[in-house]
Design a protein around this ligand. Structure first.
Ligand SMILES: Cc1cc2nc3c(=O)[nH]c(=O)nc-3n(C[C@H](O)[C@H](O)[C@H](O)COP(=O)(O)OP(=O)(O)OC[C@H]3O[C@@H](n4cnc5c(N)ncnc54)[C@H](O)[C@@H]3O)c2cc1C
Length: 407
């Protein structure tokens, strides 16, 4: 049920990945109109798989997209930790830890999930690609928004869902929001499938805190990841060509499949490079502007929770808007419900990410031995607590159905 307050309200959402289109879905359910502005020239492909876990999966079900997401699953059988000669040192099948371990039971390519959400919302939501917000003037009764490439417009609310580096957030919150780097850079790229890639993800540690990982996808290609420990140096702001050059330098001399991945760097169009970090915002709204997903509370890919937080956050934000008499109370309630969930998701196990990126050969040996122990059936029950993200730790509110959405 939408309140009189929500009917016909216009909401601008910045960012069309997971959080933005999910919010557009729910706003439509409650009689609001969303406009989504995305900086990229279309739904951005790229990245590896993201996990739908616990409450995130429950929200996907309520949105009516769970079956489509399941059909688009990569179907990965598990993850194997391998040495330079591709010998398996430890292996976890997808169904260990109740399907909530390293590889979740429901893994879908981030770009495929974004595409699916866009498809499901584009009939009722206006998507503006290749543009971004340049200024926000929050007047008491509306927000006046300027864009880089289109005339100014007014909206009732503005939601920043434009990821960890959200510039929309910066326009309102400035330095108030901290992005805490975790000491790790990661590059994701899509490469051609080799005959031997198989159906398991493979993870290889090389000395110097460097990792190369390969994951099969459901589109006939392979998703490669290269990550390395490094304090923040601003590499994430370099042009793509310079980032690729940096990777060649950092991964020079690494064996296993690294030369193959480096060999495909130049041709790789789907390339995403980031300084891995978390977003800590003391408040998630200011006036008529609120933060959603990674823009407000990125937990990092290491947490395995980013997509669940985005889906659950969108569900709660829209539901609270629909059940309060005004945006201020709704934003407060959204934050009150979501904060504890986010705090748990951001609480990473000790020594992460360093423990998974040992610097020495001896360290790699210890890491693999620990994993091999955790993979033993007798230890799995204990290991599950340490290795599974806190995906269930929120009681999803039940909002009244408005347009007859599936529950
Ligand atoms: C290309 C890409 C690849 C990723 N790969 C992985 C992965 O392999 N594993 C993983 O765990 N997580 C990955 N992530 C992060 C993951 O999608 C999020 O942690 C999670 O799904 C929450 O999504 P989100 O919608 O809040 O933010 P994001 O997924 O980060 O999406 C933000 C969106 O906003 C757009 N944007 C950025 N700035 C602006 C702006 N100023 N104006 C308008 N639009 C803007 C971006 O192009 C993007 O579409 C990736 C993100 C991206 C963008």
């Amino acid at each position: 049920m939408g309140t009189a307050w929500t009917a016909g309200r216009r909401v601008l959402i910045s960012g069309a990945s997971i959080a933005g289109p999910s919010l557009a879905h729910w706003l439509h359910e409650y009689g609001m109109t969303a406009v989504v502005v995305e900086r990229h020239e279309g739904i951005r492909p790229g990245g590896q798989t993201v996990d739908l876990r616990g409450a995130g999966r429950a929200v996907a079900q309520r949105m009516g997209i769970e079956d489509a997401a399941r059909a688009a699953c990569t179907g990965e059988d598990g993850v194997a930790f391998v040495d330079a000669r591709n010998r398996v040192r430890a292996a976890f099948a997808a169904d260990v830890f109740g399907g909530e371990g390293f590889v979740a039971e429901l893994e879908i390519l981030r770009g495929e999930l974004a595409r699916l959400l866009h498809e499901r919302t584009r009939e009722h939501t206006e998507y503006v690609f290749g543009d971004h917000v340049t200024s926000l003037d929050d007047r008491d009764d509306e927000v006046r928004v300027s864009f880089a490439h289109r005339p100014d417009q007014s909206f009732d609310l503005v939601i920043a869902a434009d990821g960890i580096g959200s510039t929309t957030r910066g326009l309102v919150f400035g330095d108030e929001v901290r992005v805490t780097p975790l000491g790790l850079y990661t590059a994701y790229l899509t490469i051609s499938r080799a005959g031997w890639d198989g159906s398991w993800a493979r993870w290889h540690n090389a000395p110097g805190g460097r990792v190369v990982a390969l994951r099969p996808d459901n589109l006939g290609t392979t998703r490669a990841l290269m990550s390395f420990l490094c304090p923040p140096r601003g590499f994430e702001r370099l042009p793509v060509a310079a980032q690729k050059e940096l990777l060649r330098h950092v991964f020079a001399g690494v064996g296993w499949e690294a030369p193959r991945v480096l060999g495909e760097l130049d041709a790789a169009e789907e390339f995403y490079f980031e300084l891995v970090g978390q977003v800590h915002a003391p408040r998630w709204s200011s006036g008529r502007v609120a933060l959603l997903g990674d823009a407000g509370y990125c937990a990092s890919p290491i947490s395995g929770m980013g997509t669940s937080l985005a889906l659950v956050g969108a569900y709660v934000l829209a539901g609270e808007l629909a059940t309060h008499a005004g945006h201020r109370a709704a934003f407060r309630s959204y934050e009150r419900i979501m904060r504890p969930y986010v705090t748990q998701a951001q609480h990473l196990p000790p020594f992460v990410p360093h423990i998974a990126h040992p610097r020495s050969r001896a360290g790699i040996g210890v890491f693999n031995a620990l994993l091999a122990t955790a993979a033993k059936p007798a230890v799995q029950r204990v290991a599950r607590h340490a290795l599974s993200p806190p995906a269930e730790k929120i009681a999803l509110p039940d909002y009244p159905r408005f347009r007859g959405s599936p529950r």
